[in-house]
Design a protein around this ligand. Structure first.
Ligand code: FAD
Length: 514
């Protein structure tokens, strides 16, 4: 069978795209390496932005203004307007399909303020917003009888097909389609051990699209969230600060306006830590009743992963990699530089976040632009067929036959720490060059990195190696892009070039291969 629209990835972006492609009359298949309900989207806590003005004065114009300001010159006014103007419709749609949003006393959707914004704009479901959205979207997909193929790992795109590793059988499966939507999420897991993301977020779709000829842009822009729990990196949502939580050092002093944009707050915390101080998030004054009603998950996470109860104790925190602003470059229709290959969500750079994403705008992007990607891919498939000329990847049999003399798990750990220290919140030419040299060494060792598990069923060792190979590809792009950008802008802070330079008010493009 040839599908009209093949959606790769079943997070919020993939499911929104699948629903709109299906309602446009297209035949749709959604393929992902895991199960839809476990996609990374389910971890989103704080909320989804829309200028509903349910709690405080607000307007679409203000939402646009906040987003443009935060993008620091790298956002596209056209795309930001599309997203913010579409927000109210996107929320009405989510409400109509049954997302259980928290409510005000008058029964309106409740809204909270997140950092870098001028109003209480983030609509939420306690602090389980992503989970509730994702599960509701999946219910709708089942109702619309959309087809799913789970536990299939994308390896490459070739001609009019995508090739997947069937994780259960380890066989290679070919799926033909007239158009393809990449919705495979971001790449913050490269900062292994120093990230809020799961091991899933290795940016596989970006590496595959790049090998298939798609341009990739702004890879140096990785957002660091100010409040990861210190021991694990697990996120304590911005909603805790939005509700009035304080950031304090070990002398009990507040040292930054907690609701400034994430890049500013993360750098302030970084400086405290560099000066030998510990940093804590303190929400004790909010009281147990408020915490349990509005941010119950934060309390559970702090107890589980840090062993502290935020009702009575301060939470030790540190900034960690959270969101990747770079990705597959797309035009205003969300099509990449490869005709028929669309990209949406965290794997794409639709130029709505620029140098610094605002909290609540990613969930908005995946829903509003997810729907747009589905419509546009369905339209493309009416008269066209994708045709890709891609770089070849080694066969699965070749990978089984590699003699494993270098342990890639050790390299993955080392890479996470090296990235955090050398391409983290603060970077410079020396640290980036040091990282690049290490990456080049690792690249040379890649042919010696194999698997120890030779089984042919659910071989997670094999999948993790494939993901590590993609990690290495993207790592080099991130460091090269960070070296090219000799200025500081949003999340990219170069201590050797601490000022914004107008000459760099443009995207860093890594041209596609094929
Ligand atoms: C802890 C946390 C809290 C957050 N809170 C918020 C918030 O409150 N508000 C907000 O706006 N944003 C928030 N974000 C960001 C937001 O959740 C994500 O940016 C967004 O959900 C990404 O959605 P996506 O559909 O693009 O990707 P994902 O949800 O990551 O889905 C990617 C999909 O691609 C599949 N996939 C990946 N690689 C492959 C492969 N090789 N082969 C096949 N399938 C593959 C995965 O299995 C998955 O189904 C948060 C993020 C985190 C980590």
């Amino acid at each position: 069978m040839v599908y009209d629209v093949l959606v790769i990835g079943s997070g919020g972006a993939g499911l929104s795209a699948a629903l709109s492609a299906k309602s446009a009359g297209a035949s749709v298949l959604v393929v992902s390496e895991g199960f839809p309900t476990r996609s990374q989207t389910c971890m989103a806590q704080g909320g989804i932005n829309a200028a509903l003005a349910n709690e405080q004065e607000d307007s679409v114009a203000l939402h646009i203004e906040d987003t443009l300001r935060s993008s620091k010159g790298l956002g596209s006014a056209i795309m930001i307007e599309k997203m913010c103007e579409g927000a109210i419709g996107a929320l009405a749609w989510l409400n109509s399909i049954g997302v259980p949003f928290s409510r005000t006393d008058e029964g309106k959707i409740a809204q909270r303020r997140l950092g870098g914004t001028t109003s209480q704009r983030a609509c939420y479901s306690q602090d389980y917003t992503g989970l509730k959205i994702l599960h509701t979207l999946y219910d709708q997909c089942l109702k619309e009888e959309i087809s799913f193929l789970n536990e299939h790992f994308l390896r490459s795109l070739e001609k009019d097909s995508a090739l997947f590793l069937d994780i259960k059988s380890t066989e290679t499966i070919q799926i033909k389609a007239k158009s393809i939507i990449m919705a495979t999420g971001g790449y913050s897991a490269i900062y292994h051990g120093f990230t809020t993301n799961t091991n899933q977020s290795t940016g596989d779709g970006i590496a595959v699209a790049h090998r298939a000829g798609a341009d990739v842009s702004n890879m140096e822009f990785v957002q660091f969230h100010p409040t990861g729990l210190r021991k694990s990196g697990v996120l304590i949502s911005e909603s805790a600060r939005g509700a009035g939580g304080y950031l304090v050092n070990d002398k009990g002093e507040r040292f930054v306006d907690e609701l400034k944009a994430r890049d500013v707050v993360s750098r302030a915390i970084w400086e405290e830590i560099e000066n030998g101080n510990e940093v804590f998030l303190d929400i004790r004054h909010l009281g147990e009743a408020f915490i349990d009603e509005n941010i119950p998950q934060e309390r559970k996470l702090a107890r589980l992963y840090e062993g502290v109860d935020p009702v009575t104790e301060k939470m030790p925190i540190a900034p960690v990699a959270h969101y990747s602003m770079g990705g597959i470059a797309v035009d205003e229709s969300l099509m990449s530089t490869v005709s028929g290959l669309f990209a949406v969500g965290e794997c794409s750079n639709a130029r709505v976040h620029g140098a610094n994403r605002l909290g609540g705008n990613s969930l908005l992007e995946i829903v509003a632009f997810g729907k747009m990607a589905g419509e546009n891919a369905a339209k493309f498939a009416q008269n066209n067929t994708i045709m890709i000329d891609s770089q070849k990847v080694p066969s699965i049999e070749d990978i089984y036959s590699i003699e494993n003399s270098v342990d890639f798990y050790e390299k993955r750990e080392a890479l996470g720490e090296l990235f955090y220290k050398n391409a983290g919140i603060v970077r410079n030419e020396k640290s980036l060059n040091h990282l690049l040299e290490t990456l080049e060494e690792m690249q040379k060792e890649l042919p010696l990195m194999g698997i120890v598990d030779s089984s042919r069923c659910y071989n997670t060792n094999l999948v993790e190696l494939l993901k590590f190979q993609n990690t290495l590809t993207l790592s080099i792009m991130i460091v090269q892009s960070a070296l090219m950008r000799k200025e500081s802008r949003g999340a990219h802070y170069r201590e050797d070039f601490p000022d914004l330079d107008e000459a760099f008010e443009k995207d860093t493009i890594v041209g596609g291969l094929s």
